[in-house]
Design a protein around this ligand. Structure first.
Ligand SMILES: [Zn+2]
Ligand SMILES: [Zn+2]
Length: 312
């Protein structure tokens, strides 16, 4: 089998934690994985981390000493399943000159500093983040407003319907984009027009499809959606591929594979996210550097992403 190698300027995404609420463990959970939310996003060489669930510890082990000196972690919100990996992130333990910046948008502009310092302190946790070798910086912004980072990178954000609020992110690079929409409960009517505008035309939408429509009557108001609602949103907004995420820890491999087959009958480029699954979106020609003196190879035509784009 020939595997395409991503160019160095591709938008790349890798799942490190895909479960919601709590981890799953056991032989029936091997295919999809067990860690809580964490996604690695690379825009060329630039690293972003979406959420800091237990999957962050696995990403940290992979990065180890090769981690950049500045690391940006975009937090959807501060529920435990999205932050509990922070003190176990190896790059925070290895280098004194490393800066780890968190960005938090659902606290009316306040950063995550105070809640994180309250949680990661005795008697709840033996070590404070401030005692780790790396230096933590916590930044606040208001979900719904663009987040502009120190190097000028601009990330679009959206306030999501979730208890206490959560932030959705849209990261764009060279004409490609990924939208991270977790945690969210769908509205009635659905799709929500402003959320549809936010994700419109994206290459990949990661969506909180924790439950199925059949289960929803039992968990209404819990702040989560269904994979069927994810498909409805994706199809109404011209989303090219859909990753269902924040998977319910009680859903084993057999359940998820059956649900995935059902979903793909409706939307062939939809799938259930799997831990360590990765893929790359090559830059689009329109967005290449106009000042480049050498003629560039013609970029591929924009096209729908198919399952074969997803290497493990
Ligand atoms: Zn969650
Ligand atoms: Zn939550």
């Amino acid at each position: 089998m020939v595997r395409r190698v991503a160019s160095s300027d591709a938008l790349r995404v890798r799942f490190w934690g895909i479960r919601g609420s709590t981890c799953a463990s056991g032989p029936q959970y091997v295919e999809f994985g067990s860690h809580t939310p964490c996604i690695e996003v690379r825009c060329g060489d630039r690293l972003f981390i979406l959420d800091a669930g237990t999957g962050l510890s696995a990403l940290g082990t992979e990065l180890a000493a090769s981690a950049p000196e500045k690391i940006d972690i975009l937090l959807s919100h501060l529920h435990l399943d999205h932050i509990s990996g922070l003190p176990f992130f190896k790059p925070a333990l290895l280098a004194k000159d490393r800066v780890i910046r968190t960005y938090c948008g659902h606290l009316e502009g306040e950063s995550a500093m105070e809640p994180l310092n309250r949680l990661f302190a005795p008697p709840l946790f033996p070590v404070r983040l401030g005692q780790l070798p790396a230096r933590f910086e916590h930044h606040g912004f208001k979900a719904g407003e663009p987040l502009v980072l120190d190097d000028g990178t601009r990330i679009e954000t959206h306030l999501l319907n979730h208890p206490g609020g959560a932030t959705g992110f849209r990261i764009s690079h060279r004409g490609r984009s990924i939208c991270y929409i977790s945690d969210v409960e769908h509205s009635d009517p659905w799709p929500d027009p402003s959320l549809a505008d936010f994700v419109r035309g994206t290459d990949l939408m990661v969506f909180d499809g924790m439950f199925s429509d059949a289960e929803y009557s039992y968990c209404r108001g819990w702040g989560h959606s269904t994979w069927q609602k994810g498909v409805e949103l994706a199809q109404s907004a011209g989303v090219k591929a859909l990753a269902i995420f924040h998977l319910y820890p009680g859903h084993d491999d057999a359940f998820l594979k059956a649900a995935e087959a059902e979903m793909q009958a409706v939307m062939p480029t939809a799938f259930m996210a799997r831990e360590r699954q990765s893929f790359a979106f090559e830059p689009l020609e329109d967005d290449l550097d106009k000042d480049c003196p050498e003629p560039r190879a013609k970029a591929e035509e924009p096209r729908a992403v198919s399952m074969k784009d997803f290497a493990t």
